[in-house]
Design a protein around this ligand. Structure first.
Ligand SMILES: Nc1ncnc2c1ncn2[C@@H]1O[C@H](COP(=O)(O)OP(=O)(O)OP(=O)(O)O)[C@@H](O)[C@H]1O
Ligand SMILES: [Mg+2]
Length: 440
């Protein structure tokens, strides 16, 4: 079913009851017992097994939600701590009896390690239940942080793995207001901050490849034909440190994609974001130039930037954008209250000031977004774009504005252990059970 905005109703039955994606790692001799404990359990999907440290390192990029680890697969607690440093999910660890207490403690201090037990004490069915509950608890936090819509559980599972993942739509229902200028500059800013960043142009034809000196192929149609992380990798072009997916080469391919793609299909923009997280991106910027794709882009994003020109037309266009997101598409996206932002572009003496744009907007709608940044009219921007150069490198005001946006959007997130400490006001509790201690 699709409404006037071309949006397909998401399938509300796809509740977040998907199996927990697990990697089991153990030396080959010990693998059998661990694997067996989870293989027949429908609550888990074993996405990989690993029998050595290198093997596990290579498979962690699959993005498991949980790890079941035999600690002896690692050379020692230090290499284990290093490898798990960036892991956002839940790890359970079993140790051979007789491992000294210092080593047990070192393992317990790894933030993602939820429980450590000796083999002789291990009750695998009990552990499976605890591990499952721990992952579900994290999923629930991620879902509530993304607006509580179970239809986007697939995407939100990715968000669990990358707590700081930003899926940013740059949009306005009005044309020519600076969406592409802002989207390109913001993506460059993110890449300059060493965040693995992907810029995707959603236009047809998409002018970004021309502006950026890239080719029109491969492009979004290549991703559409192979909607997997691998398909994404082979569809992108590199612009120095920024990865770019060229948009549709013509209006026909864009129209066919917009008309035929349901929001939960792998080739949808929700699927695109999922693939992007699996491919390792931390930031994806969608330049939403084609209005037909706006609803799907919004459904796939957790952050929205509305670019407004500094006049009545701009305010009305932005009001229309807010209405679409908060009224028409209510419940169909994960853009929370604080995740919608206003960027006023091209202000000069004769126009409204950015503050005036904000005030007029707030007079018309209480949920008008706060001002994230403002960009003055700068001839260097037009000149750079006309000469097919990234305006980001030639306009100081543009660079300053996206830097401000970057400070707000890409500030490092607290780690889970820091959050947990803040929430409880204390460190994880350690229960002493004789020679074995559990941290809960
Ligand atoms: N702050 C600015 N100062 C001067 N020129 C600007 C500024 N921002 C954008 N421009 C110019 O305005 C034109 C339109 O900008 P842009 O292509 O970014 O808009 P858009 O919203 O993506 O348009 P479309 O709806 O066609 O996709 C560009 O040629 C660009 O050079
Ligand atoms: Mg554009």
């Amino acid at each position: 079913m699709s409404n006037g905005w071309g949006v397909h109703s998401p399938n509300m039955n796809e509740a977040p009851g998907n199996p927990v994606q697990l990697i089991v790692a153990a030396p080959a001799a010990a693998m059998g017992a661990l694997h067996q404990a989870f293989a027949g359990d429908a609550r888990f999907q074993i996405i990989a097994t690993a029998t050595s440290e290198d093997d596990l390192a290579a498979k962690l990029h699959l993005g498991p939600e949980a790890l079941m680890l035999d600690a002896t697969v690692f050379q020692g607690p230090d290499t284990m701590a290093n490898m798990l440093a960036g892991f956002q999910g839940v790890a359970y660890v079993v140790l051979p009896d007789g491992v000294p207490m210092e080593a047990v403690e070192a393992v317990q201090n790894i933030p993602s390690v939820k429980q450590v037990v000796f083999y002789s004490q291990a009750n695998f069915p009990l552990m499976a239940g605890q591990l499952y509950d721990a992952v579900i608890a994290i999923r629930k936090v991620a879902i509530s942080a993304h607006g509580g819509n179970p239809a986007f559980a697939m995407f939100q599972r990715s968000a669990v793995r990358m707590a700081g993942f930003r899926a940013i739509s740059v949009w306005n229902p009005k044309g020519g207001v600076g969406k592409s200028t802002v989207a390109i500059a913001l993506a460059m800013e993110a890449a300059n901050r060493n965040l693995p960043t992907l810029l995707a142009g959603l236009g047809g034809p998409d002018p970004n490849p021309l502006i950026l000196g890239l080719k029109s192929e491969p492009n979004f149609n290549n991703w559409r034909m192979n909607p997997t992380p691998e398909g994404l990798k082979t569809s992108i072009q590199k612009l120095d440190i920024l990865d770019v997916l060229a948009g549709f080469p013509d209006p026909v391919s864009l129209q066919s994609y917009a008309a035929e793609t349901g929001v939960n299909e792998p080739e949808s923009l929700v699927g695109f974001m999922h693939a992007a997280t699996l491919a390792g991106y931390a930031v994806v910027v969608l330049d939403v130039s084609a209005q037909e794709l706006a609803p799907m882009a919004i459904a796939a994003s957790n952050t929205l930037i509305l670019v407004s020109s500094p006049n009545m037309d701009g305010v009305l266009g932005t009001i229309e954008g807010v209405r679409v997101v908060n009224d028409v598409l209510a419940g169909q996206h994960s853009i929370g209250k604080g995740a919608m932002h206003l960027v006023v572009n091209r202000y000069r003496n004769a126009t409204y000031t950015p503050k005036e744009v904000l005030q007029m907007g707030m007079n018309m709608r209480q949920d008008f977004p706060p001002l994230l940044a403002a960009i003055p009219d700068d001839p260097a921007i037009e000149e750079a774009i006309n000469n097919r150069r990234p305006a980001y490198q030639y306009s100081e005001p543009l660079r300053q504005a996206v830097q401000r946006m970057g400070d707000a959007l890409f500030a490092p997130m607290p780690t889970r252990s820091q959050e947990r400490q803040q929430a409880t006001g204390r460190k994880k509790r350690v229960i002493n059970l004789g020679f074995m201690r559990l941290r809960i």
